[in-house]
Design a protein around this ligand. Structure first.
Ligand SMILES: [Zn+2]
Ligand SMILES: [Zn+2]
Length: 192
């Protein structure tokens, strides 16, 4: 199955500020679900109208979760998701959808929630069975030979333990995206 090529979100300085304000646990959730750089589908509703609905129509259980994420949580469908966490860390060789060989596919249902946020029924979104999928939006190929793993080439084994400085300098490129230290920041591309 060929990956869909769809535009990637160009994160602005303001976007990075929102991302770096995100509590660590929610940031991991956002990375895992591809909503660190989501791209909204065209909508007849303006962003201001959407904000009004969230403020005046949504109940507290929805807003409580939504506001913990840099660009909200409940408002993104599968096909609006952005770049996978490995590609965000410049590890296109292990792009999530390269490894999986397929996109994430939406179940096609959504919950109907009561005023307490409890799911009380299932809403069938696409009764015709149309697929709503998340293909990582990074332009890297998802099939064929994997791009080279970035980072410096392996060094000759040294008799002495290597000095601390080069190892520390190489670490950000070699490590897959992991939890940053408390108070640390994610090594997102272009981050100021
Ligand atoms: Zn990639
Ligand atoms: Zn990817």
């Amino acid at each position: 199955m060929n990956a869909l090529v769809r535009p990637q979100r160009k994160l602005t300085e303001q976007d990075y500020e929102a991302i770096h304000r995100t509590p660590l646990m929610n940031l991991h959730g956002a990375l895992y679900t591809g909503i660190v750089d989501p791209v909204p589908n065209p909508s007849p509703m303006s962003e201001a109208e959407g904000a009004w609905v969230r403020e005046h129509v949504w109940t507290e259980p929805f807003t409580a979760i939504d506001r913990k994420y840099p660009f909200g949580f409940w408002r993104w469908s599968m096909c609006e998701r952005g770049t996978c966490w490995n590609c965000l860390n410049k590890r296109c060789d292990i792009c999530v959808h390269r490894q999986k060989g397929a996109p994430h596919v939406d179940r096609g249902t959504e919950g109907v929630h009561n005023h307490l946020g409890q799911r009380v029924a299932a809403l069938i979104l696409r009764p015709g069975g149309e697929r709503c999928v998340w293909w990582c939006r990074c332009p890297c190929a998802k099939t064929g030979p994997a791009p080279a793993r970035p980072g410096p080439p392996p060094k000759e084994p040294a008799a002495e333990p290597p000095p601390a400085e080069p190892a520390a300098a190489a670490r950000p490129q070699r490590r897959p995206l992991q939890a940053p230290a408390v108070g640390g920041q994610l090594p997102l591309p272009g981050a100021p």
